[in-house]
Design a protein around this ligand. Structure first.
Ligand code: FE
Length: 201
């Protein structure tokens, strides 16, 4: 048997994956970043193809990962996680600092950033896995990293009974708004709008 909720016992984190192409900066929320080897230092990141950030990384081969800390406010998850970024500039308000690779990282509510240079891409259908050499790794603070469980318990707003919105059938994430954009991607479990259902009254 397959119980999808068993998958959430894996300690997912929350990260902003960022890229740059020409004069456009972009980013999205991902929940899996894994160190694969120590020498050479390599990581994998997994990102939904519907995120414009994914397409930018395919073309440019470089990215940054900002590791979100427990202090992250819900507004930041909304800013980076609720749209593909194809026609919005998520860094429009001038947030972010450029790392050595020229790509922005988030300097607030993060405890570290990593820069990656893609050496292999694996197509997993809805998602791409990027295997990358780490070209820069900087510690920004000692604040603990935010886990998915912590996010669920302490950061995600508790929906009120009359809230209009949609709930992710996979992980319980609540999108507060109506309608749910067709290209919406659950920032937590990476499933698309088809896996959401309206909140019951
Ligand atoms: Fe979800």
């Amino acid at each position: 048997m397959i119980d999808n909720t068993a998958m959430f016992k894996i300690p997912y984190g929350l990260f902003v994956l960022s890229a740059r192409e020409g004069d456009k900066d972009n980013g999205c929320i991902i929940n899996t970043v894994t160190q694969v080897t120590d020498s050479p230092l390599r990581i994998t990141v997994v990102v939904n193809k519907d995120n414009y950030t994914c397409k930018m990384i395919e073309r440019t081969g470089i990215f940054n990962v900002s590791v979100l800390a427990q202090t992250v406010p819900f507004s930041m998850i909304q800013q980076y996680g609720f749209h593909t970024g194809a026609d919005t500039d998520k860094f429009a308000a001038g947030q972010g600092v450029r790392a050595e690779n020229g790509v922005k990282y988030i300097e607030t509510h993060t405890n570290a950033y990593l820069s990656g240079k893609v050496i292999r891409t694996v197509d997993c259908g809805s998602h791409l896995i990027f295997l990358a050499d780490v070209t820069e790794a900087v510690l920004l603070s000692d604040a603990p990293s935010v886990t998915y469980s912590y996010y669920q318990e302490h950061i995600k707003p508790k929906p009120e009974k009359k809230t209009k919105g949609y709930i992710c059938k996979i992980c319980g994430y609540v999108y507060e708004g109506d309608p749910l954009p067709d290209d919406f991607i659950c920032p937590i479990c990476k499933h698309g709008s088809a896996d959401f259902e309206p909140l019951s009254e």
